[in-house]
Design a protein around this ligand. Sequence first.
Ligand SMILES: *Cc1c(COP(=O)(O)O)cnc(C)c1O
Length: 430
Amino acid sequence: MDIQKMQFDTLLLHAGAAPDPTTGSRQVPIYQNVGYVFKDTDHAARLFNLQEVGYVYTRLTNPTVAALQERIAHLEGGAGAVACSSGHAAQIMALFALMRPGDNIIASNRLYGGTVTQFTHTIKRFGWSANFVDTENLRALEAAADENTKAIFCESIANPGGYVTDIPALAEIANRLGVPLIVDNTGATPYLCRPIKQGAHIVVHSTTKFMTGNGTSLGGVVVDSGTFDWSAVAGKYPSLAEPDPAYHGLNFHETFGTLAFTFHGIAVGLRDLGMTMAPQNAFQTLLGIETLSLRMQRHVENAMKVAGWLDTDHRVESVSYAGLPSSAFYSRVQELYPLGAGALFTFAVKGGYEACVKLVNGLELFSHVANLGDSRSLIIHSASTTHSQLTDEQLIAAGALPSVVRVSIGIEDAADLINDLDQALTKATQ
Ligand SMILES: *Cc1c(COP(=O)(O)O)cnc(C)c1O
């Protein structure tokens, strides 16, 4: 059966997972090894010079990790994918191929707190910078670009403010500017959103979250659509479209075409930055992905029930969930995210900061955890934790006000989640 014709739910189980050629093992084996025996010195030389594709050393390639890369590339509709040790590593990896010192990106001001910190402070040490803009203001977004702008970066379903991005509108601007649109699809997963179909050029993930779904394994991935023309403007993306001295002057775009970005990610990114995903983690993530559709359906169903209940509760000030008809982004969800707005949202408790702290401490079933996308329901007070390094202005933009808590709704029975919130809200507001 042609894999290109398979439906999403079939790909979850079968993409990248042919029976093991040596043993017939039906499940993808964990290749817990570092080196691979070369056939002879010629074979080794060809592999080292990228004249032949094969396994050299697990920092670059590993069969278990390769199975995951292939599966996620299919799920996102991309040409290729590179797995990384974490979501944050995937972001650096995506930018590494595009940026030179002095270059910048335009970034949404509604991003995961850790990403805001990475883009505000850490990337400066590479000589890169980020221009944060409100992605609802398309004119300001386009105006923020200059001749050193090399990408636009946003999240599909943004964490934590109940915001969903108009990816087609951003892709149109990216195309006009001649830069790739990079979408962090962690909050949506390819079940709820396929950014490449909506015009994005590159997708990044923290597979740590919904993709793995069980809270066991850090991981990230960069997926390339294969649609961006790295050679369109001479000198703009030299890592991809000019001779690479470390590979005897090889030009990745010329040599690998639609796989240039992916090959560069493995042959240069993983080789030199070393942010490799461990085979064991790739295995856990492959297992998690098998049930992605089933889990996401339940995540969304539960999020709708819990958000709907909170929205009518007198102890709750407001609920920011794009799945609720009261959300400003509800019509965009219907159009661009028809299977739902995910399972992350924030709500404000009457009584402000104090009440939020009491609520978090009073919950029994929800876990107070700095994670999201687990099968278990999680809660966190973003302003004092994940977003504590942000300025007040950044907190407001991210929807992480001091009076707001963020929940990641799990796949338990929704009635139990509502009961837990009910008892904790009583403690928090009496
Ligand atoms: C968690 C997260 C990241 C970072 O991923 P790690 O796997 O923790 O490094 C990036 N983006 C979003 C949206 C996230 O939720």
